[in-house]
Each structure stands twice: as C-alpha cells, then as structure tokens.
Design a protein. Structure first.
Length: 319
C-alpha cells in the first residue's frame, strides 16, 4: 500500500474516533442535564423544607403565604397514604372540612404539597375539601424520576378513586399549576371518572418539550445536540415517551368543564400558544381568564382577590 493510502486510513480513523468521542461527550452532558432537572438527586431532596428556588422572592412569598393558610386550618389535616400502580408510596394531606367534595391541587416540578397550600383558600369558602399531594419523587412520596405528568396522572387516578371509594367524596375537582396542568389534562381524558366534575388550569403549556426548550434557551444554551439527547435518557430511565407530556395532544378529547388561566407575561407559554390550547379544547364548557402582567405560575400572586373570585365563580357553575 502506498504511503498516502496508509495516511488516509489513519486520518479516517482519527475522524471516526473524533466523532465517537464527540457523541459520547454530548450524551454525557445530556445525562448530566437530565439528572439535574428530572431526577431526584437523593432520598429527601425535592423536599418540603423550602421552595424549589430559594432566594426567588415571588416564590418565597407564595410559599410563606401558603404556610400561613395551613397554620390556620391545621386541625383539619388528615395524613393520607396510598400505593401507586407501580408500587410507590404516595403521600398527601387532606383538609377535611366535612364536605362531600374535594379538589386535588397539583403543583409544578420540584414542588411539594407545601407549594399547593397557596392555592387552597377559595375552595374551603366554596364548600370543597382540599387534597394536597407530594407527587412521586417529591416530598415524602417515593420515587426517583419525574415523568413530567405522565405516570403522575395515573397516581392522581389512584387518589381520586381513594377519595371516592374510601372517603365518600361524591365530587372531585383538579387544580393544576404548570406541570400539574399536563397531569390534569391526561387525567381528564385517560383516567376520567363520573365523579371528576371540573378542572382548573393555571399556566398550562403546549408540551413539556417546549417549556423545557424555553428554559434551555433562556439559559443561553444551544439546542443541538444536547437538548435532543436529554430525551433519550428520559425514555431510558422513566420508561415514558416525552411526547405524551403534551397537553395539546389531549385537548381534542377534553370534554369536562374547564377554566384556563394565563398571565400575559408568561414567557414559557406564550399567549399565542395559550390561545391554540383554548381553541383546540373540545369542551363546550370552557372558560378563559387572562391576568394582564402576570408571569408563569405567578398568576394568583399577581392578583389574589381576583384569582380567587374567578375560581369561586367557576366552581359555583359546576357544583
């Protein structure tokens, strides 16, 4: 073989090794990103001790006001525990005011049931008990992986059945915030029951991939290739398809009464995308409320009195 043939083989081999190293390196980075965002680091993390973003003034304000509400009604709390269909211990607190109706409040990713206290106030005033839950891999519930609302929706169906069959609750409502809205949209279409009466959606997004992408871009990161490789790891460990974490997918089959609430300054679910979700929702009993100037998942904080009135008025029409 001539010398140049050997040289070409060596150069070709180096190029292949370089490509393999590049793929290995980017997949390693994607694994780190996935682990930091969608995997519970260790047992006890993603806990109830503090909010998901310590130092974030709006979130800490919501957290503190929620705790104040909880202290006032602490005597009504009953600790509950069920098993998920895949064997995980799930934990919740039920504020039993003696009614035969309960709302399940579903928080966003990395938030525990403490976060949900903040949204509970209007329900007691409307004659509805409150169930706040530690989603799988959060708080005192077992689990390691967040599935972005997919397996969490199945968990909510377990809670609904328990409330109805064991605790005598005749009517169930769901109030979802951020990722909690994705979970609610799956429950309302895939795990629907006669006793599920209505859904409240706060800061719903088109798909989890899109909201994750918006966070990615906000951090100044390029999408290719790491963003796309994250979902390979997600599927490998969670055993879920991220394309199922897509509220838009469920809107054509959504026929329950539903209230959508969005802030006009939501940079993760832009108003034009929110309008698409509302238009695609098949329910003939759908309502929408815009909060001018409110940000993503901070809608109630922007105007608590108006938020609670909107929720109360909606409930009064569907009880």
């Amino acid at each position: 073989m001539p010398w140049w043939g050997t040289l070409l083989i060596i150069i070709g081999g180096l190029i292949v090794l370089g490509l393999l190293f590049s793929v290995f390196f980017t997949f390693l980075v994607a694994y780190i990103v996935y682990s930091k965002t969608l995997v519970r680091p260790k047992k006890g993390s993603w806990g109830r001790e503090h909010c998901s973003e310590p130092g974030c003034i709006p979130l800490e304000k919501m957290w503190d006001r929620g705790l104040e509400w909880k202290k006032e009604d602490e005597s009504f709390i009953k600790e509950l525990e069920v098993k998920s269909k895949d064997g995980l211990k799930l934990v919740a607190e039920w504020f039993n005011y003696g009614f035969d109706k309960t709302v399940i409040i579903l928080p966003g990713r990395r938030e525990t049931l403490v976060y949900s206290y903040y949204y509970a106030k209007p329900y007691k005033e409307c004659g509805v008990n409150v169930l706040v839950v530690d989603q799988r891999a959060h708080g005192l519930s077992e689990g390691k992986y967040s599935t972005c609302g997919i397996k969490e929706a199945e968990d909510v169906s377990v809670w609904m059945k328990y409330l109805h069959d064991e605790l005598g609750q005749e009517s169930i409502y769901i109030h979802g915030v951020c990722v909690g809205t994705c979970c609610a949209s799956i429950v309302a279409t895939k795990y629907k029951a006669d006793y599920l009466k209505a859904i409240i959606m706060d800061s719903m997004f088109i798909s989890y991939r899109e909201i994750y992408m918006n966070h990615f871009l906000e951090g100044g990161h390029k999408l290719f290739p790491v963003f796309y490789e994250v979902w390979v790891w997600y599927r490998l460990f969670s055993k879920c398809n991220i394309n199922d974490s897509k509220p838009e997918k469920y809107m054509p089959d959504f026929d329950l009464p539903v209230l959508f609430m969005w802030g006009t300054k939501d940079i993760y679910c832009l108003p034009e995308k929110s309008k698409i979700l509302f238009e695609k929702c098949a329910s003939i009993q759908k309502e929408i409320e815009w909060f001018e100037g409110a940000e993503h998942s901070r809608v109630r904080l922007f105007n608590e009195e108006h938020y609670d009135k909107v929720v109360s008025d909606f409930l009064s029409r569907h009880m």
